[in-house]
Design a binder for this molecule. Structure first.
Ligand code: HEM
Ligand code: HEM
Length: 141
């Protein structure tokens, strides 16, 4: 059975995903390309903290939304080959990003550093899975 996604839900999913990606990507630019300095050495860029507060807030909404649409969306479309591969890539990225994102809060040391690398790298490239999955969206469909 094909349960269409309402335009409002679709817009919400796309906006939350876009904000998650943008806040993460801008943090990476601020962190790696524009560190600040004072007489004691290198400091984090002043925009890193607000960007992470925004990212962390949207991440909570994102996890809620993934759970909400995830079960119905995937079950309803599983038998159609259309978008299955890109959908599974997107789902895989989301699962690893959620797990590594929470590891950033609750771990320290080498484990935290590995989670950060995985989260940063996968977060950046996840946009390709998303673009593949959403390339057929028709306005108003
Ligand atoms: C399901 C999606 C995602 C979830 C649940 C998630 C969650 C999180 C959480 C909880 C943090 C820690 C926030 C803090 O320290 O205050 C974080 C950090 C971060 N996230 Fe995400 N995130 C997601 C997607 C993304 C995406 C798409 C990107 C794109 C680049 C991204 C980039 C980053 C970066 C750069 C950091 C900072 C890493 C560090 O401190 O080393 N995230 N994320
Ligand atoms: C995190 C995981 C996923 C998210 C956030 C997501 C989100 C979306 C969104 C927003 C659309 C556009 C809907 C529209 O145009 O009305 C879409 C389309 C679609 N998705 Fe997913 N998706 C995910 C995973 C999957 C998986 C795993 C499958 C299949 C096994 C799948 C199958 C499809 C199909 C067939 C479409 C085409 C249009 C339609 O039937 O609505 N998706 N997805």
């Amino acid at each position: 059975m094909r349960l269409p996604m309402s335009p409002r839900t679709r817009a919400l999913v796309l906006i939350v995903c876009a904000l998650l990606w943008l806040s993460g990507a801008l943090w990476l630019v601020a962190h790696y390309a524009y560190p600040e300095h004072n007489e004691f050495g290198v400091l984090p860029n002043r925009f890193e903290a607000p960007l992470m507060r925004l990212h962390g807030m949207i991440a909570v909404a994102g996890v809620f939304l993934f759970g909400w649409i995830g079960a119905g969306h995937i079950r309803a479309r599983w038998s159609a080959a259309l978008n299955r591969a890109s959908g599974l890539w997107l789902l895989g990225c989301a699962v690893v990003l959620v797990v590594s994102g929470y590891a950033l809060y609750y771990t320290t040391g080498a484990f935290h550093d590995s989670a950060a690398l995985v989260h940063q790298g996968l977060g950046l490239v996840a946009i390709f899975a998303a673009l593949m999955h959403w390339r057929r969206i028709r306005a108003g469909a």
